[in-house]
Design a protein around this ligand. Structure first.
Ligand code: SAM
Length: 307
């Protein structure tokens, strides 16, 4: 049953969805008559409530997905489809400390807070005061945030590893960066994270991804992946099942990497095909390193490790 103070969906027969907070004595006036709050709190989720004109509305519980899509946005939207894999890859959960920048409207902050649970901690950093304030409001509106520390701070000044008011010397377990030039903050990231920590990045444009990859290859990072998540909706009609006519073509690229140290022997032990050798030589040239060690080791069999 919904309670006073809860956010609840009222869904019309035409599928129109109104997300509202149930407040005593603040009945909802619609063109189909008045819906009484007292009736809503006496209707189980999934049931129907009738307006004063006898029109039915379904009472539905909003899920995390709906809360994130329902916040007030003044920054670029981040979609739930991208948030799921970010939380999994960063290992967001009880007992973990996660860093996020920038906070923006707080969409991802809601998901990070939700998955962090009672024993997890989120530190989120936002340079612009208006977004910092908006995100605080949005996260509170969604009914989460008890485990979130909001910092009005430009991460060009670091993540506050030595600041008693922020990390106070305790390194974090993972970082998510949604800023325009994330490669500018890799040194700060390294200082604020435990060894081997994962980092995720969100970037809308492919030239930003290239710039980030060039910065990451200088190390100490590896296991770098670039992905794009496409959701293809289908018409849920059993006897005429087919994809919907339209879909969202692009939201962003996601880049995942991990802190990894690399000895000079690491690359020289790789056995590469012709194309990879060329790519590797180009990379070594960019990094101003010698490729000869690698050439000397081409007999090395990496299958030795497969046992
Ligand atoms: N992920 C957010 C969400 O789900 O709502 C949206 C983030 S928004 C696209 C990017 C934010 O990063 C902006 O609010 C911007 O002000 C902030 N930002 C950019 N550079 C920053 C920096 N150096 N330090 C802190 N915040 C920064």
């Amino acid at each position: 049953m919904p309670q006073y103070g809860d956010l609840t969906f009222l869904v019309s027969v035409k599928g129109k969805r109104k997300l509202l907070r149930i407040k005593e004595n603040e009945d909802w006036q619609t063109q189909h008559g008045l819906v009484r709050m007292e009736d809503i709190v006496n209707t189980p989720f999934g049931g129907e409530v009738k307006s004063s004109l006898g029109v039915p509305f379904r009472v539905e519980r909003p899920e995390l997905f709906d809360l994130i899509m329902g916040i007030k946005r003044q920054t670029q939207i981040m979609y739930p489809k991208d948030m799921g894999i970010i939380c999994l890859k960063l290992g967001v959960g009880n007992g973990r400390t996660i860093l996020e920048a920038g906070t923006g409207s707080g969409g991802l902050t809601i998901a990070l807070s939700w998955f962090s649970g009672e024993k997890g901690t989120v530190h989120t950093f936002e340079a612009r005061e208006e977004f910092h304030k908006l995100a605080k409001k949005n996260v509170a509106w969604a009914g989460v945030g008890q485990n979130v520390h909001f910092h009005h701070r430009d991460i060009a000044n670091g993540f506050g590893i030595d600041d008693p008011e922020i990390l106070n010397g305790k390194k974090a377990d993972a970082l998510f960066l949604d800023v325009r030039t994330p490669w500018d903050y890799l040194d700060h990231a390294r200082k604020a994270l435990v060894d081997g920590a994962p980092i995720a990045f969100l970037l809308p444009c492919v030239d930003q991804v290239s710039a980030l990859l060039l910065a990451l290859e200088k190390g100490p990072f590896d296991n770098t992946e670039v992905i794009e998540i496409l959701v293809r909706p289908w018409k849920a009609v059993p006897d005429r099942l087919r994809p919907a006519d339209r879909m969202c073509a692009h939201t962003c690229f996601l880049v995942f990497t991990k802190h990894q140290e690399k000895s000079p022997e690491w690359d020289s032990c790789l056995k590469l095909g012709t194309r990879e050798r060329k790519q590797h030589a180009a990379k070594m040239k960019r990094l101003g390193l010698d490729v000869e060690d690698m050439e000397d080791n081409q007999d090395f069999e990496n299958t030795d490790f497969q046992d």
